[in-house]
Design a binder for this molecule. Structure first.
Ligand SMILES: NC(=O)c1ccc[n+]([C@@H]2O[C@H](COP(=O)([O-])OP(=O)(O)OC[C@H]3O[C@@H](n4cnc5c(N)ncnc54)[C@H](O)[C@@H]3O)[C@@H](O)[C@H]2O)c1
Ligand SMILES: O=C(O)[C@H](O)COP(=O)(O)O
Length: 387
């Protein structure tokens, strides 16, 4: 029986991918084999050493201590692209909310009182305060052209906007998906200087923390709109508030409320709603549940953020998986122990990433405890499983 610990509300459609005859799924579990999580912050969490995998039912993994997990041989998965459409739609909503002052206008009408004739008078007098702008011909800067950024850029093109994009690590697949009308900015500063609205879709990591800060905000056009549906830490919020107060930024639309932003008239803050649609929650949960199952049952790795992707059809009578530190002669030592135990290798694949290596080994012969114990005893081996 495999045990799955859930740390957030995970879509039942996803959890139903774990068949009940082989899986126990619960939000309270002492020695789980795997964890399924959304935004729960795992950095200070004590994790049982039974845990073999963590599945992030979403995109961002900054709530997971990925480096520490790698060192412990725990494979971390996410669900790339599974919630991208949901985020794209909310970004489009954010662009329109800002362009047409919709939140302030809505607040205004909710505060009106009087007879219908009086309301009508206030409506006609008040609306001049909320005159907005249209999108065709305006320039949207999209920083980060991954699953979400590409969808946002293409949708903005379809709305008639000029789109400038920048992503130094863009993949070939994403480049194929990008509308050919999207122009490439020379760098972040170039993108900021030439855009009327800027949205960014990059992960939060050491390279992107406070990517948008005071000096970069100064480069932006006066009256520009900034949208943040990526992560709170990517902007220096105090600098954003200062730019809003000075009238340099027109509006800050974000998915991450905070006390620094709370109540500011030029801030539109949503409660981290980007991926909160039924469709996205299901897509993400199904994707990570399938990935975790394939890893627990077959040792296959798909869409990991810390281990090499590796999938093999089963061959031989049993499968051995070994995670080891990436150092010389590990494969030699593993094969030697198998040979000593008269176990014949049918198929073996070894790949490394981030200082660790992963081995999938299909064998003929009895992989009894002795062979597995012998491999586990090799200096540098982190985890051994017989499947
Ligand atoms: N608001 C929400 O609910 C919500 C939902 C999903 C994702 N997100 C956030 O959005 C982020 C992006 O999601 P995604 O699915 O598009 O991920 P992704 O991995 O498909 O795309 C991220 C892109 O950012 C690029 N990038 C990384 N560093 C960069 C930099 N310094 N400058 C420019 N580009 C850079 C990468 O090359 C990649 O193409 C996630 O990491 C997550 O933090 C938020
Ligand atoms: O990175 C993500 O996928 C989003 O921030 C969604 O987070 P959530 O699953 O907690 O809604």
């Amino acid at each position: 029986m495999y045990k799955i610990l859930t740390l957030n509300n995970i879509s039942p459609k996803g959890l139903s991918r774990f068949p009940l005859d082989h899986y126990e799924v619960s939000s309270e579990m002492r020695e789980p084999d795997a964890v399924v999580v959304r935004s729960f912050k795992m950095h200070d969490m004590a994790l049982a050493d039974t845990v073999k995998a963590i599945g992030r039912a979403g995109a961002g993994v900054n709530n997971i201590p990925v480096e520490a997990m790698t060192a412990q041989g725990v494979v971390v998965f996410n669900a790339p692209g599974a919630n991208a459409n949901a985020v794209k739609e909310l970004v489009l909503a954010g662009i329109l909310l800002a362009a047409r002052h919709i939140c302030a206008a809505w607040d205004y009408t909710r505060g009106l009182a009087g007879t219908d004739a009086e309301l009508n008078k206030q409506v006609e007098e008040g609306k001049k305060k909320f005159a907005g702008f249209e999108l065709p011909g305006r320039t949207l800067g999209v920083l980060g052209l991954g699953a979400i950024g590409v969808k946002v850029a293409n949708a903005a093109r379809a709305l008639g906007m000029n789109v400038l994009g920048y992503d130094p690590h863009m993949t070939v697949d994403r480049a194929w998906q990008l509308d050919s009308g999207v122009q490439q900015a020379a760098g972040i500063d170039d993108l900021l200087a030439r855009s009327d609205m800027v949205t960014f879709h990059v992960p939060l990591n050491d390279a992107t923390r406070h990517l948008i800060r005071a000096d970069r905000l100064r480069i932006m056009k006066p009256g520009a709109v900034l949208l943040n549906f990526a992560r709170e830490g990517i902007v220096d919020e105090a600098a954003v508030v200062e730019a809003l107060n000075q009238g340099h930024l027109r509006t800050y639309v974000c998915d991450f409320p905070s006390n620094t932003l709370q109540g500011h008239p030029k801030v539109i803050a949503l409660p981290h709603l980007g991926a909160s649609t039924q469709e996205a929650e299901e897509n993400c949960a199904i994707m990570v549940a399938d990935q975790i199952r394939d890893y627990l049952e077959n040792g296959n790795i798909r869409h990991s953020v810390n281990f090499p992707d590796m999938s093999l059809p089963r061959a031989g009578s049993s499968r051995l998986t070994v995670i080891n530190s990436n150092r010389p002669d590990m494969v030699g030592q593993i094969s030697h122990v198998l040979g000593q135990n008269s176990i014949n290798i049918v198929h073996m694949v070894n790949e490394s990433r981030n200082g660790v290596a992963y081995n999938l080994i299909d064998v003929e012969g009895n992989l009894d405890g002795e062979a597995a114990r012998g491999i586990a005893a090799i200096d540098g081996v982190l985890k051994v499983r017989v499947l």
